[in-house]
Ligand binder design. Structure first.
Ligand code: NAD
Length: 423
């Protein structure tokens, strides 16, 4: 889930939440109403039918979406998700978040997002491939390396990207830069898979240093042990953090003296889940409903959206929260945390490592050249470190939260491009 998924457990829908954060930053910047309207309005919103024959011969008609939010700073960039709850409101909110995310890390992209309203778990591989190719048939004209570059998101992966590239190239010819998140052996980038979690780890380190907290004295709790959580845990463990709690959909695993993260990483490779991890380790099992309330210094929600709400915020003990997931904190809870002095590193910066390495993939594709893993890691660290420093400075200078500071920087950059080039 993402902010968009909060529509079910928050009074605010996804787009309203993004708008609240946008307007808070726009107020500090003194942005006039006309500029606000220009910046929030999506450039193009597309909704297409995706008729497809299922394996049993049934005809299904699905709905596909692509919202191209803003291209003032470059081609638009954003994932494609397959999820039953994908709708126009969700895609619009996520597309606008991509505009602010690419701007805050200062990569030359705008924002977009798309998806198909379908449960990918209910599909055979062949059905998923047919749906994907049919969707590309409907939208191939509006995306490409210089206009709008899709990427994986929930329910889609490197294989889906390979189908999309193949179908798009049937119309437009060879050009692997039309999409990112491809398989590494097929024009993908080394280090793309670990990038979001690694970025979360890098940014935790930067933030803690600024707050005068040492990694080896910091007790961290990480929610979610999928792509983001797992790689964040690996990086943080190797950087000497004491990780006292991890969880996934199967439950939470806790050890106040620190968990054996290499064993947990090995366990999920073998078992596809943390289920039963307490039996082979020194961890004790914790119910997921109590997990976020574990005693810790740093909390990294890296699973789904809307998990810290007005209902549980008063029981959260962490002094620092780094948003690995998109929108894990509801707007109401965000306000309470801010008042309580809890430092929150917002999703638009905290989980931007993935889109940053997607950008590196696109750069490599355009150069017909492949970087080694070390170069990817170094460049990722450089991009995230400088974005962090800018956000930290703006937050200190304007006495605003890191979230408002991140939105302010992003809005200023997009506005400047519009002012320079026109619209
Ligand atoms: P994933 O599907 O690989 O992993 C999700 C993890 O969360 C799994 O371990 C799952 O068991 C766990 N989980 C699901 N529901 C849970 C619950 N109710 N309680 C506890 N754990 C639960 O997903 P991911 O790619 O790691 O993405 C996680 C979040 O990060 C999402 O919000 C996603 O939008 C965001 N994000 C991901 C990327 C990326 O590159 N993967 C980039 C930016 C943002």
């Amino acid at each position: 889930m993402t902010p968009a998924d909060k529509k079910h457990n928050s009074s605010m829908n996804a787009f309203e939440t993004v708008m609240l954060y946008f307007n808070r930053a726009a107020d500090v910047l003194g942005l006039d109403d006309a500029s606000r309207r220009l910046l929030i309005t999506a450039k193009r919103e597309i909704k297409v039918e995706v008729p497809v024959e299922m394996d049993d011969g049934r005809l299904e008609t699905l709905m596909g979406f692509r919202v191209q939010h803003n291209n003032a700073r470059g081609p638009m960039k954003g994932g494609l998700r397959y999820h039953p709850e994908v709708d126009s409101d969700e895609v619009l909110a996520l597309a606008s978040l991509m505009t602010w995310k690419t701007a805050v890390v200062n990569i030359p992209y705008g924002g977009a997002k798309g998806g198909i309203a379908v449960d990918p778990r209910s599909l055979s591989k062949k059905e998923k491939e047919r749906i994907t190719r049919k969707f590309v048939d409907q939208i191939h004209d509006i995306f490409g390396p210089d206009s709008d570059i899709p990427a994986p998101d929930m329910g889609t992966d490197a294989e889906t990207m390979a189908w999309i590239r193949n179908q798009w190239e049937k119309y437009h010819g060879f050009n692997p830069a039309c999409i990112t998140g491809k398989p590494v052996e097929d024009y993908g980038a080394k280090g793309r898979e670990e990038a979001t979690g690694r970025g979360v780890g890098i940014l935790c380190f930067k933030l803690l240093s600024r707050l005068g907290m040492r990694a080896n004295e910091t007790r961290a709790v990480i929610q979610g042990f999928g792509n983001v959580g797992k790689h964040a845990a690996k990086y943080m463990y190797e950087s000497d953090y004491k990780i006292v709690g991890i969880n996934d959909i199967s439950g939470g695993y806790h050890n106040p003296d620190g968990l054996d993260i290499p064993a947990a990483l090995h366990y999920v490779i073998e078992n596809n889940s943390l289920e039963g991890f307490e039996k082979i380790s020194t961890a004790t099992k914790v119910d997921n409903k109590d997990f976020l309330e574990l005693d810790c210094d740093l909390l990294v929600p890296a699973a789904i959206g809307g998990v810290i709400t007005a209902g549980n915020v008063d029981r959260i003990k962490a002094k620092v929260i780094v948003e690995g997931a998109n929108g894990p904190i509801d707007a109401d809870a965000d306000e309470v945390l801010h008042r309580r002095g809890v430092t929150v590193l917002p999703d638009i910066l905290a989980n931007a490592g993935g889109v940053t390495v997607s950008y590196f993939e696109w750069v490599q594709n355009r150069q017909y050249y492949s970087w080694d893993l070390n170069r990817v890691r170094q460049e990722l660290e450089a991009v995230l470190s400088s974005a962090f420093e800018e956000v930290w400075q703006a937050s200190t200078e304007h006495e605003v939260s890191l979230r408002t500071a991140a939105f302010m920087i992003a809005i200023k950059r997009v506005k400047r491009s519009l002012d320079l080039s026109g619209f």
